[in-house]
Design a protein around this ligand. Structure first.
Ligand code: FAD
Ligand code: NAG
Ligand code: NAG
Ligand code: NAG
Length: 504
């Protein structure tokens, strides 16, 4: 079908090719920066940032705004980390993009979500949450007003009492839009050097315990050192299935993940005296796509929450089994009541996510991508199963049309339209499974992004921001608060490191 093919090529062209080529151009631009150790005379006057996700980019941008040279070390060939994949958006409240009335409940929502974790280190956690939520408005405005990134659309995600998750109105998902814009700005600054394929292997310390720099393996495979204040923005360990995930959550061994498969870097900081918190708090997302071409692949595409929000229902063995709009934890627990299938050592559950034409239309920009990737397909009810499936979908349609209460208590049905379900009714279907998605735990920081030791004292010369840090989300992270913590604490870490450079 040539018309269709042209459409998908266009989709690819408008969506991915510019993104990739932009990243590629930027990467090329950075490759002209020689990977050399900074000479000793200037060593104390530049800052070292580890990790090129949103936390590292925010910290770097802040340091450069104070005219301090920055060396950003990234172990992968390309910058962006998991941040570049973020698709829902970034929280901020109150902002001018939100509908009235003024949103004053972000702090309370975050406290509620953190839940039982607040029983330890309560005062410390409250200070972090205060910083996160009070600076959320400035974080969003920093991106929109200073960096010119469109974040004008606001959605309400699970666990939030208000719509406060910001994304752009165009095709580019928020993570990619933010990361590529910041990278472009950084690469234009002569004081910025990004060293890709460069893995930090240890933290250097003076005899008084303060951090003085890092050792790393360069792109050429040489062991090198850099001296200067250090900002850790190395991300979490949701992709470290054989390492940290297995250590802290052995029950999640063999789970697929939405994160790239790489080892966590928090141990580099514990070796320098840092304290860890909430390491067992791992967020499992109920819906990662099982690609029918590679069901045993560990890294899975996230099936965005919006698919369920706009009217998607879930079936197991031809029957509904849960209110699809319950919390991530609740939906995940229901799915896992059944036994998984183990494909090439990877645990995958057998759940079908089903949308009708109405829900498809409302989630079109996501859906066309999933259809193009072969993660979802367009079909009819009869192809999904016999009378049992038709009845299950009809039952859902009846609840959506207000003809009766939903048997699982679901109240919102997005843009579901299908009323009279026949075997020929058109539906869109994909297989989904729980996936490890985010790690709440990490190194303990204070509200100045300083890394605390086991006595609760700041370790001199080192800061941490983003998913590598712990204590902000407690037992559960609210959707959209991770990009937020990257910006808020990344900027604070940048300010703090800049101040330390001024004092030298
Ligand atoms: C598919 C997906 C969708 C998401 N959607 C959202 C969303 O909509 N909203 C939201 O708030 N959150 C979302 N999240 C979560 C959020 O994207 C991440 O938590 C956040 O981006 C983490 O940012 P970071 O800067 O801390 O780390 P990352 O972006 O992961 O970057 C860390 C970088 O550090 C590098 N690194 C690590 N160790 C070393 C080392 N030793 N030496 C050198 N480099 C190192 C890594 O290679 C990586 O590039 C999503 C996550 C995923 C996977
Ligand atoms: C670059 O860094 C130097 C200090 O090493 C500083 O004097 C200069 O102003 C910086 N340049 C810019 C463009 O910020
Ligand atoms: C980084 O490594 C990749 C693959 O390992 C390689 O293709 C790329 O050229 C390297 N880049 C740099 C800057 O060394
Ligand atoms: C937040 O919670 C506190 C304590 O329970 C309460 O007093 C306050 O009114 C709440 N604020 C909002 C905006 O809901």
């Amino acid at each position: 079908m040539p018309a269709r093919r042209i459409f998908f090529l266009l989709l690819a062209a408008t969506f991915f090719i510019p993104l990739l080529s932009m990243l590629y151009t930027r990467l090329m631009a950075t490759m002209t920066n020689p990977a050399t150790t900074i000479p000793a005379t200037t060593a104390a006057r530049h800052a070292i940032v580890i990790g090129s996700g949103l936390a590292g980019l925010s910290a770097s941008s802040t340091l450069l705004s104070h005219h301090h040279p920055v060396t950003l070390l990234e172990r992968l060939p390309k910058p962006g980390g998991n941040s570049i994949k973020a698709s829902s958006g970034i929280n901020g409240a109150p902002t001018r993009f939100q509908p009235a009335p003024t949103d004053d409940s972000f702090y309370n929502d975050t406290i509620r979500s953190a839940g039982p974790a607040l029983s330890s280190m309560r005062a410390q956690r409250e200070r972090l949450i205060t910083t996160l939520t009070q600076q959320s408005k400035d974080a969003v405005y920093w991106l929109t007003d200073d960096k010119n990134i469109d974040l004008s659309l606001v959605a309400q995600l699970g666990g939030h009492s208000r719509a406060r998750t910001h994304r752009g109105a165009g095709q580019t998902p928020p993570g990619a839009a933010i990361v590529t814009t910041l990278l472009k700005e950084l690469n234009a600054d002569p004081n910025f050097s990004l060293l890709t394929n460069s893995t930090v292997t240890s933290v250097l310390r003076a005899s008084d315990g303060s951090v003085t720099g890092v050792a790393y393996t360069s792109a050429e495979g040489e062991e090198k050192q850099l001296l200067g204040p250090v900002i850790f923005a190395t991300g979490g360990f949701a992709g470290d299935s054989a390492g940290m995930l297995k250590q802290y959550r052995p029950d999640l061994a063999g789970f697929p993940s939405t994160n790239e498969a790489w080892p966590g870097s928090a141990p580099l900081l514990t070796a320098a005296g840092a304290q860890l918190v909430d390491m067992e708090s791992v967020q499992v997302h109920p819906t990662g796509f099982v690609d029918p071409k590679e069901p045993g692949k560990v890294v899975k595409f996230l099936s965005a929450e919006v698919l369920r929000g706009e009217g998607g229902l879930m079936l197991r063995a031809g029957k509904r089994f849960v209110d699809e709009l319950q919390t991530r934890q609740f939906v995940t627990d229901r799915i896992m009541e059944a036994a998984p299938e183990v494909v090439e050592g990877v645990k995958v559950w057998d759940v079908q996510l089903v949308l009708d034409e109405g829900a498809y239309g409302a989630a079109k920009s996501h859906m066309d991508f999933y259809l193009w990737k072969g993660l979802m397909r367009k079909t009819t009810v009869c192809e999904l199963g016999g009378e049992e499936v038709r009845e299950a979908v009809q039952g859902f349609a009846n609840a959506a049309k207000g003809k009766r209460e939903d048997e699982f208590g679901r109240r919102a049905f997005g843009h579901w339209e299908l009323d009279d379900v026949t075997p020929e009714s058109v539906v869109y279907v994909g297989r989904v499974t729980p996936v490890v998605h985010f790690t709440m735990g990490g190194v303990v920081i204070d509200e100045k992004a300083r890394v605390l030791d086991r006595e609760g004292e700041p370790i001199k010369g080192v800061w941490a921001a983003g998913e590598v840090s712990g204590g902000i989300h407690g037992a559960n992270r609210l959707g959209g608060s991770s990009l937020l913590e990257c910006v808020v604490f990344g900027r604070i870490a940048g300010e703090q490191a800049a101040e330390s450079l001024r004092k030298v």
